[in-house]
Ligand binder design. Structure first.
Ligand code: GLN
Length: 505
């Protein structure tokens, strides 16, 4: 992949720094790529051509004046449409917010702007980040660049597809139950859910506040680390923000790639995240990457996390409960959509009902009803209360496991990308995609998905690495080392084998 849009963010940053290319050229190359393949992929809800080029020109001018610029200055980025951007429409994939222009920037957007990164546009997603396929977007699904008849994962399928289709070198995603990692797995890219509280949630449209976390989507481990370095850090505007400064993740990734010897590293394979429900191809690729870790000197043991079997059920009570409360703000009164009843009196309650009836899609309504029920006086203890207890047991499982090993590993998802339409009308089948990603959110720990190869259906499978809270740097060190061994085993980056969208290039 010799075109500008084929460069990694790290390479692009290097060329920008060396004056070999301007940010305007780099940004234009990605805008051209978007124009060429977007009709097929539909990764974006909104492309901000003028603003991206203006930001690029500004960086070029500052570089021309000899200013000392951040490492990623001039490297364009795409942002999930759950993240509010001042002056740019932010919809969260919902009719409820169609056309809404936020009056402020999320903290992470401020950080991207301060880093000199032109924002190419806002990426498609399942409505309010509820889903695993982007088919719940009010604006039509995104398609997987490896095979456009298949889903790109969700909810952040737009961010993952944009990166996989070379429309953007980097993208920001959010992960409440896997929405960064599951799309990364099925698009052959790298996605990281940081430690809860380490990246600001200020300015994210809230889904489930105790689980939501923004993070990087990229094509390489180092690129993910570079973006993670930009967006992480304490934020007084987020009450759950961790007080300590972020660690240098790119340094950890570079160290892992430079010295891929993993002697002394203890790796735990989670017994409950594997086995029968997982497709053979996904398991085979997982085992191969595990073998690479062993060959690199790591000691691999099996560990059991017995309560993980209840994680999915607990998550699908806790998430709807929090979502039903967070989504109460969409009432037709404050901002966003307002629908008046077609007949009869225009009372507040009737406007609210008409607005919510018209504005929310089926999955959002399903979860609001479920969450309201789980929180109701007569059922709170039986549902929400029990789910919170399970959450504590899962945290204890992780704590016990991390006494034995440094990192845990599993396949990221049970299957490769399924076909569009295959599961959209079957909520349970859709929810089961999240079985391996949800425990990390319930415990607040960091996790990464990186490619493990192509399964027998020629579609990418994902390898998940989990680390203790605040040990995000371990993900980058181990992930970069594994990636280095994979590259020599595979003879080059997997992502360069992407074929289906080349016709549009
Ligand atoms: N698939 C998960 C869900 O539908 C993902 C949520 C998320 O991470 N935003 O809840």
């Amino acid at each position: 992949m010799s075109e500008v849009f084929g460069l990694t963010a790290a390479d692009l940053a290097h060329r920008l720094g060396a004056g070999e290319i301007s940010s305007v050229e780099a940004t234009q190359a990605h805008l051209d790529r978007i124009a060429a393949v977007e009709e097929e992929i539909h990764a974006f809800l909104n492309v901000n051509t003028d603003e991206a080029l203006a930001a690029a020109a500004d960086v070029d001018a500052r570089r021309g004046r000899g200013e000392d610029l951040p490492e990623l200055a001039g490297v364009p980025v795409a942002v999930k449409d759950l993240v509010v951007t001042r002056g740019q429409v932010t919809t969260a994939g919902s009719r409820m917010l169609q056309g809404w222009v936020p009056p402020y920037d999320a903290t992470i957007v401020q950080k991207l702007r301060a880093a000199g990164m032109p924002i190419l546009g806002k990426t498609n997603m399942d409505e309010f980040a509820m889903g695993s396929s982007t088919e719940h977007s009010a604006f039509g699904p995104t398609r997987n660049p490896w095979d456009t008849s298949r889903i790109p994962g969700g909810s952040g399928g737009g961010s993952a597809a944009a990166v996989a289709a070379f429309q953007a070198p980097l993208a920001v995603g959010t992960d409440t139950g896997g929405s960064i990692r599951q799309p990364a797995a099925v698009t052959g890219t790298v996605g990281v859910k940081p430690t809860y509280g380490s990246v600001s949630r200020y300015g994210l449209v809230a889904l489930a506040s105790s689980l939501d976390q923004a993070g990087p989507c990229a094509r390489t481990v180092l690129d993910a680390a570079l973006l993670h370095d930009v967006i992480a850090g304490h934020d007084p505007l987020d009450a759950t923000s961790l007080p300590e400064p972020a660690q240098p993740y790119a340094d950890a990734a570079r160290a892992g790639a430079a010295n891929a010897d993993l002697t002394g590293l203890r790796v735990g394979v989670v017994r409950e995240l594997g086995g029968e429900g997982y497709h053979q191809g996904v398991r085979d690729r997982f085992t191969e990457s595990l073998d690479l870790l062993v060959a690199a000197g790591a000691e691999v043991v099996e560990v059991s996390c017995p309560h993980f079997d209840a994680a999915l059920a607990a998550y699908y009570l806790i998430l709807p409960s929090e979502a039903s409360s967070n989504l109460a703000r969409f009432d037709g009164m404050r901002y966003g959509l307002r629908v008046e009843p077609s007949e009869g009196p225009v009372t507040a309650e009737r406007v609210m009902a008409a607005t919510r009836g018209a504005g929310f899609g089926a999955e959002a309504k399903r979860r609001i009803i479920l969450g309201t029920y789980a929180l109701s006086a007569g059922h709170y203890d039986a549902y929400y209360g029990s789910a919170q207890k399970v959450r504590t047991l899962i945290q204890r499982d992780f704590a016990a496991a991390f006494e034995q090993v440094d990192v845990l590993v599993s396949p990221t998802t049970p299957t490769t990308a399924f076909r569009l339409g295959e599961k959209v009308d079957d909520p349970m089948a859709m929810y089961l995609n999240d079985v391996a990603t949800i425990p990390a959110n319930l415990a607040g720990i960091p996790a990464m998905s990186l490619p493990s190869g192509l399964a027998e259906d020629d579609l990418p499978a994902g390898f998940q690495i989990l680390a203790p809270a605040r040990a995000d740097a371990s993900l980058y060190r181990v992930g970069a080392a594994l990636e280095a061994h994979q590259l020599s085993a595979w003879g080059g980056p997997l992502i360069d084998r992407i074929r289906s969208v080349e016709a549009g290039a």
